[in-house]
Design a binder for this molecule. Sequence first.
Ligand SMILES: [Fe+2]
Ligand SMILES: [Fe+2]
Length: 263
Amino acid sequence: MLQITIKIRTMINPVKKKRENYSLRGAVQINRSSFFVFSDNSGRTFLKRGRDEKLQKSIVQNMIDLNPKIKGLLKKYKIKPSINTKTLNELADGHMNETCKVAMGVYNSLPESLKCEITENIIKEASMLHDLGKVLIPAKILNKPARLNIKEREIMNIHSTLGYELLKTQRINEETLELVKYHHQNLKHTGYPEMEENIYPSDIGVQIISISDKYSALKEARVYRRKLPRIEALLILYKEVREGKIHPEIYNALINFVKNTEL
Ligand SMILES: [Fe+2]
Ligand SMILES: [Fe+2]
């Protein structure tokens, strides 16, 4: 069972390699102990590594066992069930952590009229967990140093649904779950997965997570491209504003945030 709790513990921070206080952000409990996502004093988040690889695998396996839909999806897309904790740790240390920092910055730069539509904690939690589903995507697809073919793209695109299904059986807030599921959606609803009828995740939340995810991804190097300077990343996102996929207020909040930071 997954609990979102804040506990201060003194342990070795695997990133900074020194002892300090840090908080447990999302915890999966199996046999009354174990944990998942951490953040340190400066807000940096990461998963516990090393000797806990086995533990992480058992945590994810438990999530799979709790939800038969996951096995169904893996079968449908002919994905061999395997839990890629290396990817998960890299994402938590890098991309999901960066996305969280940007998302918090965007949230805090929003006008009050938009900010009141979503809570800071939901944005924090959803950005930290948004790509969790990639733990089940084969590494050869995730790390392919070339354009994905149609079949591979289809498989890659189910990571947001897989993340949602993995977390659904845990004690995660419904709004957070929807943001994980729809973090590749946009204002025109032309992203993925398709919005189900009668489900309307907060567009503001989706917009914040989505713009932060894209901005962070563009600023990171990928096996198939160099990392982009911020101006290029912002120009690519501006194109989406003009296409009606990104709300101009959200884009303005991103600009106002990055003006005053190194990100
Ligand atoms: Fe994603
Ligand atoms: Fe992402």
